[in-house]
Write a protein that binds this ligand. Sequence first.
Ligand code: SF4
Length: 453
Amino acid sequence: MARKMTMPATGYRLALMPQTRKKLAKAAPKKDAGAGQTANLLPGFEASCPPSSARAMRHLPPDAHIPDLQKTLLDWFAVHQRDLPWRASYTPYEVWISEVMLQQTQMERGVSYFLRWMQRFPDVATLAAAHEEDVLLLWEGLGYYSRARHILAAARKIMAEHGGVFPSDPASIRALPGVGPYTAGAIASIAFGEKLPCVDANVERVVSRIFDVDSPVKQEPAAGIIHRRALQLVPEGKSREHNQAMMELGALVCRKKPLCGVCTLAAFCISLHLGIADQRPVPGKRVVIKPVNAVTGVLRVGEHVFVQKRLPSGVWGNLWEFPGGRVETDETPEQAAVREFMEETGFEVRVTANYGTIRHGYTTYRLTLHCFGLELASPCEDAEAENIPEGCPPPPQLTAALKYRWATPEELENLAMPAAHRKLADSLFSSPAETADGHAPSTLRHAYLSKTK
Ligand code: SF4
């Protein structure tokens, strides 16, 4: 059941920063940022306060009303929180895994990854004993593979240095591999009740709007102000609920386009009262997304294709891939595919098919991957080396990989691959019945089939 807003008590002492005071003084109640957003936008919500024109400025600033704000938010969370699997028991292990996964994916997808992960690695001990390849395979599709490697390293550290028990003090949590200030704050507060803030992008947005932080949020002084304000808002003994409530409000209500008309914190929000909620948070410099033009080649011999495991360093460290690399300015993609194969494996190959291009977006660049079918330039004698299938050449001279494999399409499914290479493998080898929604096989698959019949 939705709660009605409890208006804060009056009679506080004005304690605003001077520039905010000036803005408030100038601000006649402006057009209501959330007036057009009705209760029906979110099921179960109803407008929690009257339009801003009817709200009195005397309910600001929030400093004097922090206890009211905290209670209002906790009451809202008690009613509107989503039913998420890690909220059943709040074990530190589950909180940790969910927080790291959710830093890089949407909630719905994060839940499915989380459930799959917990089925395979239900506790720290099971995870610590796992092979890195199994961990990377389960992480495949989430990106930022160094996080998966850090999680494995942290699990092993917990086993080695903490007797398999997740450490509860913030300093020890922070000392685990890959655990930064945000993740440490989330685990310490949500799993162990420490009075610490969790400032993720959602909380950053909520705090910057409530307190009208008017400089770029990723930089100082705004970053420090937001952290201090977020800490100031955490109520004694309720950090688990409060921090999740802040994140939940940011995810469901105080979104990029804020739904102020249904927001339980509307009466406390300076940006709303100034009519500038949509101008907060102030963004920093835009990241320039660079285009990257690359090639990859699928060398097939009989039923097997050649794949290699990348070196441990770099964003795709230890993942399996089809060899390839960037297209140089003075060559065609076909020429690049042949050259890259020679440089990375010593195999002389020629192009037999053009499988088209795959486009994939990353944080700082946009990849256009030209994909080709390849064959050996000259037939080879049967290699006698171990693990080399019939008809495949002798071992390659690897220059950009740890090891290689001649894999069947079925075996590829069990190798962790970067997203673009997984897309290519799926397009080539998934049977029509396996493609999503029963769609016809992709163009890439048609090209592969026509060359391999
Ligand atoms: S906290 Fe966000 S959604 Fe709520 S009133 Fe302020 S800007 Fe609007």
